[in-house]
Design a protein around this ligand. Structure first.
Ligand SMILES: [Zn+2]
Length: 438
């Protein structure tokens, strides 16, 4: 049996007053998702642990069954996604162009990441990639839009702080070594701060900014640094779980994650039918449908496990618009008609639907993602049918899967696809959680 996992990024939410104390998923009309839930095993999942407010990248790491390995960090995975020349052990730091202002001797972020045309970004990149380091071999690489990576050799340290304050009312800080870190962290922080100061001087007088100021636009005048990570290689997804796998998604992180884990990447930006979309949120139902169609084609062509991802619900949540998120849920629901039809006529496909984290669409401005459990359903001929009638955070909590953690997810998929190894058996020298003779 093969499996499709649909990750609805940040679709889990809190009860919102404007929705009558319902979550957007509870408030939305989602007949297709609910039809599947009515035949499925449902439950709730803590992707990491109760209360963990994780970024999408770290949550994916755990859900895909790599929680036993230290997470290498987002920048390292992005360097792989950008196909930069990196070696095991290299250190990578993300740099974002931003618009900042000085107020009473402190620098504050106004816009981050900066809004700028790709042509402007390329001209700025030409200048910033000229950086000549002093203490560590450092290279600056543009990875598109306002985003850059700093590549450092393995002598550098990942034990340094982010200069990006994350919240708008906190000042931008220098990069500093973390407590109890070695002298490598001091040298790394020195080099990053040196680049930041050098780039601020370049940006101050850059022709792109001179033109922007003439047009009354905000200048792109500062670089924020974050996510120091180390390039690390891991056992492949096939080795870990026995599946030939693919991720259908958009963006450099997913390109990198698939490269890091030896999976195939189906880049939605390259779908000929999706040339007019360009983002997950432009037409979320159509976008998700296309990804699902490509995933099904992969399974029919011999693949075993397809992950389909949409960022649209998370993006609606960060806009602080619960009602907009309800509409996104309803749009997304249309894509589940195809899956519902497939499940009713074939027995060789298992469908799992979940979210990577909760993203509150209303409430405190200090909450980016929150740590409640996310809903989960697993549907297919092997899954028990429980009493749950709709897919949402509250109904699924009454489902027959109960409460699980991210680390439990892949073993459950092995179980429901009838690939799990009988634990006492010794049929191969390697101890794997799956039968190797499938
Ligand atoms: Zn988010």
């Amino acid at each position: 049996m093969k499996a499709i996992l649909v990750i609805l990024d940040g679709i889990a939410d809190r009860s919102q007053g404007i929705l009558g104390m319902r979550t957007p998923l509870q408030a939305a009309q989602t007949p297709n998702i609910d039809r599947i839930a009515q035949t499925a095993s449902c439950g709730i999942m803590y992707p990491l642990f109760p209360g963990a407010c994780a970024g999408s990248d770290l949550a994916h790491w755990h859900i895909l069954g790599y929680g036993e390995f230290p997470y290498p960090g987002r920048s390292a995975i992005e360097a792989l996604g950008a196909e930069l020349r990196v070696h095991e052990g290299d250190v990578v730091i993300r740099l974002n162009l931003a618009t900042t202002m000085i107020d009473r001797n402190e620098r504050y972020v106004q816009i981050s990441p900066a809004y700028l045309a790709e042509e402007e970004a390329l001209r700025i990149a030409e200048s910033l990639e000229e950086y000549k380091p002093e203490k560590l071999r450092a290279e600056i690489k543009h990875i598109g839009g306002p985003f850059f990576l700093m590549l450092l050799p393995k002598e550098a340290s990942t034990y340094v702080t982010d200069s990006d304050p994350l919240y708008f009312r906190f000042p931008v800080k220098e990069v500093t070594p973390l407590e109890k870190s070695g002298k490598e962290a001091g040298v790394t922080a020195f080099e990053v701060n040196r680049f930041i100061r050098w780039s601020a001087a370049i940006l101050e007088d850059h022709p792109v900014n001179r033109t922007r100021l003439e047009k009354g636009m905000t200048p792109v005048n500062y670089v924020l640094a974050k996510w120091a990570s180390r390039i690390t290689f891991f056992p492949s997804f096939k080795e870990m779980w026995g599946f030939d796998a693919l991720i259908a998604a958009r963006g450099i992180f997913y390109a990198g994650l698939t490269r890091c884990l030896g999976m195939l990447f189906e880049n939605a930006d390259n779908f000929p039918e999706a040339a007019h979309l360009k983002s997950d949120s432009a037409s979320p139902g159509e976008d998700l449908s296309l990804k699902i169609e490509h995933a099904l084609r992969f399974l029919d062509a011999g693949g075993d496990f397809a992950v389909v991802h949409t960022k649209a619900p998370d993006e609606a949540s960060h806009g602080g618009r619960p009602k907009m998120k309800v509409r996104i849920c309803e749009e997304i629901d249309k894509a589940f008609l195809l899956l519902s039809e497939q499940l009713s006529k074939r027995e060789d496909i298992l469908l799992a639907v979940t979210s990577n984290h909760t993203t509150p669409s209303g409430g405190s401005e200090w909450t980016v993602h929150s740590g409640e459990p996310v809903p989960l359903m697993i549907a297919g001929s092997t899954a028990r049918t429980d009493d749950v009638l709709s897919f949402n955070e509250i109904s699924c909590a009454r489902g027959c899967l109960g409460q699980i953690y991210g680390k439990d997810f892949m073993p459950l998929i092995l179980n429901f696809t009838d690939r799990a190894r009988l634990l006492n058996s010794r049929t191969s020298p390697q101890v794997r959680p799956y039968r190797e003779n499938i």
